[in-house]
Design a binder for this molecule. Structure first.
Ligand code: ARG
Length: 271
């Protein structure tokens, strides 16, 4: 009798301890870094870092009187979070700070029209490519024919985003004087006020700005970027989140969702 009593008490204690450990782990770890939150009661947070100056990828829009961050990258981020059963938190940060924020663990993933360069691949994990686009040259309307080839940009003043592949691209143009700025809208302002001659911008973003801003156009010049396509950035070594992200991306691709998101976001950016 006594023996059984001790045994069941021990068992009870052991089970109790195990449960406590489980709860502790799920409860305390839930805010940490992008792992699927299976079986926990507190909803896990997945923190996205993005530079929301980039319509139709990510941009600010007042929706129902409230400033919101929207765009097709944001749709993708929401789906990744949903597939993980996590709550998405969005941090709007300068583009050139995103990979550092990732490495320091202040954000779990970067979705920000990020191109997969070799240098970035050394620093962080990069997902499969989820979308592709080309580069564009944007100039003042009157200069459209003057700057119709890449050669014609030699020795000109060029505006680019700090830390972007466009900055590297512009560095390769002979005699070009670069103005590197934090936001695309700032580059467009420089162009409008004659402080730069041209801007190199991702095609879809260039289209969106040209539609909304008077006096600027896309020229026929075609910048050649090696790293076409966009990827999600994840902290080095977090292969669990990387696998999860790739799974969601391949599902979205096969369901035709990414093209749909691009169309919807482009429409939203024009409104
Ligand atoms: N695709 C370019 C790069 O990776 C520019 C991306 C800029 N993204 C942004 N949200 N402003 O360098």
């Amino acid at each position: 009798m006594k023996k059984w009593g001790t045994l069941s008490l021990t068992l009870l204690l052991a089970v109790g301890l195990l449960t406590a450990c489980g709860q502790n782990k799920n409860g305390n770890d839930s805010a940490a870094s992008g792992e699927a939150n299976t079986g926990s009661t507190t909803k896990k947070t997945l923190t996205l870092g993005t530079s929301a100056d980039f319509p139709p990828y990510e941009f600010h829009k007042v929706i129902d009187g409230k400033d919101s961050i929207v765009g097709f990258d944001i749709n993708i981020a929401k789906d990744i979070a949903a597939d993980m059963g996590a709550e998405l938190e969005i941090k709007d940060l300068p583009f050139d700070s995103l990979l550092n924020e990732l490495s320091s663990g202040r954000i779990d993933m970067v979705i920000s029209g990020l191109s997969p360069t070799e240098e970035r691949r050394k620093a962080v994990e990069l997902s499969d490519i989820y979308y592709k686009a080309e580069q564009s040259v944007v100039v003042r309307e009157a200069d459209k024919d003057k700057f119709s080839t890449m050669d014609s940009l030699k020795g000109t003043k060029i505006g680019v985003q700090t830390g972007s592949i466009q900055e590297e691209l512009a560095k390769g143009i002979e005699g070009a004087q670069l103005t590197s700025l934090g936001k695309i809208s700032e580059i467009v302002l420089q162009l409008q006020s004659n402080r730069v001659d041209a801007a190199i911008i991702e095609g879809p973003v260039a289209k969106s700005f040209v539609k909304n801003v008077k006096g600027i156009v896309i020229t026929d010049a075609k910048p050649e970027a090696e790293d076409d396509g966009y990827v999600v950035g994840i902290k080095k070594g977090n292969t669990e989140l990387l696998d999860q992200v790739n799974k969601t991306l391949s599902r979205l691709n096969s369901e035709g969702k990414i093209d749909q998101y691009v169309t919807e976001a482009s429409e939203l950016a024009e409104k």
